[in-house]
Design a protein around this ligand. Structure first.
Ligand code: ATP
Ligand code: MG
Length: 454
């Protein structure tokens, strides 16, 4: 598109610019990522003002700057660059009529499953599904703008912090296929209840066209119940008998990897955790809808990997310690999944769970932490290291389980948790590290060999 066309699309004012200048590169809001011909979007943040980096972007070859004020560089001035990004994304999506847009949402596993869908669809045609968690009003349109005329499939992670958010994202890039993974307690502080969360997530299937497909989790009643909210055809995935894309005979190996029967085929996953059955079935349902033969889907699922960092990243150290770095984020549902993986891998070995604070639980904060501690004890985790005061209710929950024989350790901060691990780490140990960003990943990094720090 030319700067003139972009100015029209976003209702902006061209400044210092030739309207015929063509943007040939990508749209970026980080001036360090600008390549020749790109469009730099400047946001006035609380700490950093992107407009100050307009000269850097121009020096890197940007075709222009889109911002909320005239920086002196050629560009477009708009009232709200975030809104402009959304409008531009919509115009670009509409200009690519051959593009099939897949949207997915859920409380846990959006990024993981987006990566899986991306890997499967890449076998069918050019696919845009960038790594990372680009699910909000910035990351989502930014992802849309990665699509080119060659792109056949665009896979979009859609997050909701409130009612109307997913509806908005679905207007920015109308999906033809919508996937809802699960409704759990993630971000429940924003919604007040699981029903409130379901209301917000269900906006995805409400936005689907009549010739679209809603791919819903048959095993989660709050998700399968969304069937009544869509005009689209419904495809259920899961382990329940009503699922069209169904896993049976699920088994876990000593590495916590699941295998299952998918129709005639047997799927053997190389990713960790029982919960990956659900995630991979969702991805399989998308691939099947888009024409991949069932046998190919089953084979391809055996080769998919987690590509976004710190999500069930399992590695073995030279000293025989196995580490599960799941420190990207945490909520009670995802921590339950991770604890189950820990004990699956840790059968016959000593297990340690290092658990930090779980954010965004609102009124469920105390009960959510306590339930997580209780589960760790009930699963028989041998050592529980709880990091920082705000996570202490996890410890109380565990200690409330009378017949738990494990060891409870409180660490005041990340450094104390690292010290506790250093003091007693034995060959054969399996260590899970998990928490809501809150720097829990420092603990995971301390367990990595030098040079492999993330
Ligand atoms: N189906 C699932 N059930 C429970 N936990 C899961 C599931 N899939 C992934 N997880 C775990 O949830 C955590 C977050 O995973 P991921 O980043 O894929 O989710 P997300 O929905 O994108 O999260 P966010 O809301 O932060 O974007 C990780 O610890 C991951 O191992
Ligand atoms: Mg995510």
């Amino acid at each position: 598109m030319t700067l003139g066309e972009i100015a029209d699309a976003v209702d902006g004012r061209l400044v210092n610019a030739d309207p015929a200048t063509v943007v040939t590169g990508t749209v970026e809001y980080d001036s360090r990522k600008i390549l020749p011909g790109g469009l730099f979007v400047a946001f006035a943040g609380e700490n950093v003002d992107g407009h100050d980096f307009a000269p850097t972007a121009m020096a890197a070859g940007a075709a222009g700057v889109l911002g909320s004020r005239d920086t002196g560089a050629p560009g477009i001035v708009v009232a709200d660059p975030l809104d402009a990004l959304a409008r531009l994304a919509r115009v670009v999506a509409d200009r690519l009529p051959g593009l099939i847009i897949v949207g997915l949402t859920g409380s846990s596993g959006k990024t993981t499953t987006k990566d899986y869908i991306g890997q499967l669809l890449a076998r069918l045609g050019p696919t845009v599904a960038p790594t990372g968690s680009l699910n909000n009003e910035l990351g989502h349109p930014f992802t849309v703008l990665k699509a080119t005329p060659e792109t056949r499939f665009l896979v979009l992670e859609m997050g909701a912090r409130g009612i109307g958010h997913i509806r908005h994202l679905a207007e920015v890039a109308p999906p033809r296929i919508g996937v809802v993974l699960n409704v759990g307690v993630a971000h429940i502080g924003e919604f007040g209840s699981m029903e409130g969360t379901a209301k917000a997530k269900g906006e995805l299937v409400e936005a689907l066209p009549a010739d679209g497909v809603a791919i819903l989790n048959a095993d989660d009643p709050l998700v399968s119940g969304m069937a009544s909210r869509t005009r689209a055809r419904v495809v259920l995935f899961g382990e329940s008998s009503g699922a069209a894309v169904r896993a049976t005979d699920v088994e876990l190996d000593s590495r916590g990897r699941a295998s299952y029967r998918l129709g005639e085929a047997r799927v053997s996953l190389d990713v960790t955790g029982r919960h990956q059955v659900s995630n991979t079935l969702a991805a399989a349902a998308v691939a099947l809808e888009l024409g991949m033969p069932r046998a190919d889907v089953a084979a391809a699922l055996g080769e998919i990997a987690v590509v976004s960092g710190r999500r069930m990243d399992v590695f073995d150290r030279e000293d025989g310690v196995t580490v599960i770095d799941d420190s990207y984020n945490a909520n009670p549902s995802s921590t339950a999944a991770a604890l189950r993986a820990l004990v699956a891998i840790g059968r016959g070995r000593r297990t340690t769970a290092v658990l930090g604070y779980m954010a965004e639980l609102g009124e469920f904060e105390a009960s959510g932490h306590a339930a997580t501690g209780r589960l760790a004890a009930e699963l028989g985790v041998d050592r529980l290291i709880v990091v920082a005061d705000n996570a202490a209710p996890i410890l109380d929950g565990a200690l409330g389980v009378e017949d738990w024989k494990g060891e409870a350790i409180f660490a005041a901060d990340q450094a104390a948790a690292i010290a506790a691990l250093d003091a007693d780490l034995r060959p054969g140990d399996v260590v899970l590290v998990k928490g809501s960003r809150y720097r829990t990943w420092e603990v995971a990094d301390a367990l990595r060999p030098e040079g492999e720090r993330r």
